[in-house]
Design a protein around this ligand. Structure first.
Ligand SMILES: [Zn+2]
Length: 270
C-alpha cells in the first residue's frame, strides 16, 4: 500500500486504425461471408500516460505519441496505418503535464511499458533532465539490437540517443508500485500495478491487453504480437493478480474505457 500516492491518468487523444490491428475477432474486423463486402472498420485508438506521484518520487508511465508523428513515422509507414489524428493541442503529453503543474524536469522516473512508437514517442522530452528512463532488460536488448532504423512498431529515432536503466522480471519499483513482466505483445512488455489506500489496486496493462474486448474471457489476440504463447500467459497472469487484488484494470488502448475513467487534469485516484 502506498499511502500519500496519487495516480493521474493523462489522456493524450487518439490514433485511428483498422480494428484488425487490435482485435482478431470473428464477426468484428474478421468478416463473415454475409459482411465480406463491408469496408474495414476503423476505430479510435486512444493513448494515455500515467503520472504516479509518491512520497519516494514521481513516476511517469509511458510517453504516448509525438507532436511530429507524421514526419517521424514517415520512414516506417505507420503514419498511414495509425495516424495520430484525433488529438487537440491540449492533449499532447507536454501540454497534459503542464496542466497538472509538472515540467519534464520534475519527473524522477519515466518508465516505458515497451518502446513502441506510440509509447516511447515523447521519451526525448526527458533528455538532459534528471529523469531516469526505465524499461525492461529484454525490451532494451530487442529495441537496440535489431539492424536498421525500425522494425515493426519499434522506431529507433524515438529512443536511440537516450540512456535507459533496466528492470528484470516483476519488480517493486517504488513502494506500492510494481512493474510486472507481461511479455508477448513485445518480448519485454511490462504492465504496472499500483496499490492505493482508497482506490485499491489499479493495473495499467499497456499493450499486454489492448482493450476490454481483448481481455474477455475469452481472450482475443491482436495483429502485433511477438509471441502468442507468451501473450496468452501474460493476460492470464494479469487476470490472476486482478482477481486476488480486486484490481481496476486500465487497458492500453480502449476507446470506451478511457471515457469512463477519472482523468487529469480534473480527476485522480488516491
Ligand atoms: Zn505496442
Amino acid at each position: 500500500m502506498a499511502s500519500g500516492t496519487t495516480v493521474k491518468i493523462l489522456p493524450c487523444g487518439a490514433m485511428s486504425a483498422d480494428l484488425t490491428w487490435l482485435l482478431l475477432q470473428p464477426g468484428r474486423a474478421m468478416r463473415s461471408r454475409q459482411d465480406k463486402d463491408k469496408p474495414a472498420e476503423w476505430v479510435d485508438v486512444p493513448t494515455h500516460c500515467v503520472l504516479v506521484e509518491t512520497p519516494d518520487g514521481r513516476l511517469l508511465w509511458d510517453t504516448s505519441c509525438p507532436r511530429d508523428w507524421e514526419e517521424r513515422w514517415g520512414p516506417t509507414g505507420l503514419q498511414d496505418f495509425f495516424p495520430y489524428d484525433k488529438v487537440s493541442d491540449e492533449e499532447y503529453l507536454d501540454a497534459r503535464l503542464a496542466q497538472v503543474g509538472v515540467q519534464p524536469g520534475d519527473i524522477d522516473y519515466v518508465v516505458l511499458s515497451h518502446l513502441h512508437f506510440d509509447h516511447a514517442g515523447n521519451a526525448g522530452l526527458f533528455k538532459g533532465t534528471s529523469a531516469k528512463l526505465v524499461c525492461s532488460d529484454i525490451e532494451k536488448n530487442f529495441a537496440f539490437g535489431f539492424d536498421g532504423p525500425f522494425t515493426g512498431a519499434h522506431l529507433k529515432a524515438d529512443y536511440e540517443d537516450l540512456e535507459f536503466e533496466t528492470v528484470s522480471g516483476d519488480t517493486e519499483f517504488l513502494p506500492g508500485v510494481t512493474l510486472l513482466a507481461t511479455p508477448g505483445h513485445t518480448a519485454g512488455c511490462m504492465s504496472m500495478q499500483v496499490d492505493l489506500p482508497d482506490s485499491g489496486t489499479m493495473i495499467f496493462t499497456s499493450d499486454a491487453v489492448y482493450m476490454g474486448a481483448s481481455y474477455g474471457p475469452p481472450v482475443v489476440p491482436a495483429s502485433i504480437v511477438a509471441n502468442l504463447e507468451d501473450f496468452y500467459a501474460s493476460v492470464e497472469k494479469l487476470r490472476g493478480i486482478a482477481e486476488r487484488t480486486d484490481a481496476t484494470m486500465v487497458f492500453g488502448h480502449d476507446a470506451e474505457q478511457i471515457h469512463q475513467l477519472r482523468v487529469a487534469p480534473d480527476g485522480s485516484y488516491t
